[in-house]
Design a protein around this ligand. Structure first.
Ligand SMILES: Nc1nc2c(ncn2[C@@H]2O[C@H](COP(=O)(O)OP(=O)(O)O)[C@@H](O)[C@H]2O)c(=O)[nH]1
Ligand SMILES: [Mg+2]
Length: 330
């Protein structure tokens, strides 16, 4: 596929199942070069009608909990059930822990070599908003390519969970046996987003602790505000190594989907996500335009100093800058 191939034939190749075209389109979307990004967007624009049909599952959890291993195991199960599977990762920390990508590739070895599966390692670098944004677009491209289950892995630190939650239908928090969510570095806000909590490593010596932890979270979930009217979040237990509990996880995803579709919440959630996504792009675009305007950049520097020196309040500085930015230029 040549670099400047026209978007329509590029899009057609993706729909026809050309994996290299799909990979190339994702690379264009992830590119830092604006001409390549535009090519990627043009391809995506041709494909809007082909998107939206997958089951989108986000998987988060602390480093080492077994997310990649879990995805390998759940992925096999999904493939055996006859689905086509795409795996994407949002890992804003990957430039730091550069080795993790290599580790993930070997952990998802079986998936990576299965023709019905498409595994895309984390993009490295960039702001979280940017990384998550590109993951969302990569997800749409995968849907257009006919993948009907999309698993998105995100490391449970910072805001990435919230970003991923805003693009998936089912949000799964993976935890270790024992230790409260504070100990595991999971914020309460993230627990409130969970459609299911899954305690992994329910095997060998850690099986009894996994059982206790599952029960603890089952109780804790009962006290949290449920994210949905039609679905009550549940706590499960798996061993990604032995496969124990994996079929139950998939059953749970399907049950939630049915419940939300029946109640109408499914379509509503997707509509909200699309609207929020539009606004977050508008905000990003505004910020980029603001930062790209040299007149504003100079003004901002002065205002920043004044705010830091407590000569101006942040709100008056912000108002002054916005007024400047929005004033028609002569
Ligand atoms: N005993 C046990 N070890 C597991 C299980 N799942 C993952 N591991 C191990 O935990 C380590 C981290 O797994 P990984 O999938 O890379 O975790 P991630 O950082 O969350 O993606 C690896 O050594 C895995 O082999 C499990 O269910 N049971
Ligand atoms: Mg991993």
């Amino acid at each position: 596929m040549r670099e400047a191939a026209d978007p329509k034939s590029f899009a057609a190749a993706i729909v026809a199942g050309d994996r290299r075209a799909l990979a190339r389109a994702i690379t264009l979307i992830e590119s830092r070069r604006s001409d390549q990004q535009e090519q990627g967007q043009a391809i995506l624009d041709c494909l809007v009608g082909e998107t939206g049909r997958a089951v989108r599952v986000g998987i988060t959890g602390p480093p080492g909990v077994g997310k990649s291993t879990f995805i390998e195991s759940l992925g096999q199960h999904v493939l055996e059930a006859g689905s086509r599977l795409a795996v994407l990762a949002v890992d804003p920390s990957s430039p730091v822990t550069g080795g993790s990508i290599l580790g993930d590739k070997t952990r998802m070895e079986r998936l990576a070599t299965t023709p019905e599966a498409f595994v895309r390692p984390s993009p490295s670098g960039g702001s979280l908003g940017g990384v998550a944004g590109r993951t969302r677009e990569a997800m749409l491209l995968c849907e257009a390519a006919g993948y009907d289950v999309i698993l998105i892995e995100t490391v449970g630190i910072g805001q990435s969970e919230v970003a991923v939650n805003s693009m998936v239908d089912f949000f799964l928090v993976l935890l270790l046996p024992a230790g409260g969510d504070e100990l595991q570095g999971i914020k309460r806000g993230v627990m409130e987003l969970a459609d299911a909590v899954v305690v992994n490593k329910a095997d060998g010596d850690t099986l009894p602790a996994a059982e206790r932890t599952r029960q603890d979270y089952e109780n804790a979930l009962g006290l949290l505000r449920a994210p949905s009217v039609a679905w009550t979040p549940t706590a499960l237990m798996t061993s990604a190594l032995t496969g124990r509990g994996i079929p139950e996880v998939w059953e749970t995803v399907q049950k939630q989907r049915n419940a939300l579709e029946t109640s109408g919440e499914f379509a509503e959630r997707r509509r909200h996500q699309a609207r929020d996504w539009m606004w977050s792009l508008i905000e990003q675009g505004l910020r980029a335009a603001l930062q790209a305007d040299p007149r504003i950049a100079r003004r901002a520097e002065g205002l920043e100093r004044a705010v830091q020196a407590q000569e101006k309040t942040p709100s008056s500085a912000a108002r002054a800058l916005l007024a400047d930015f929005l004033k028609p230029q002569s």
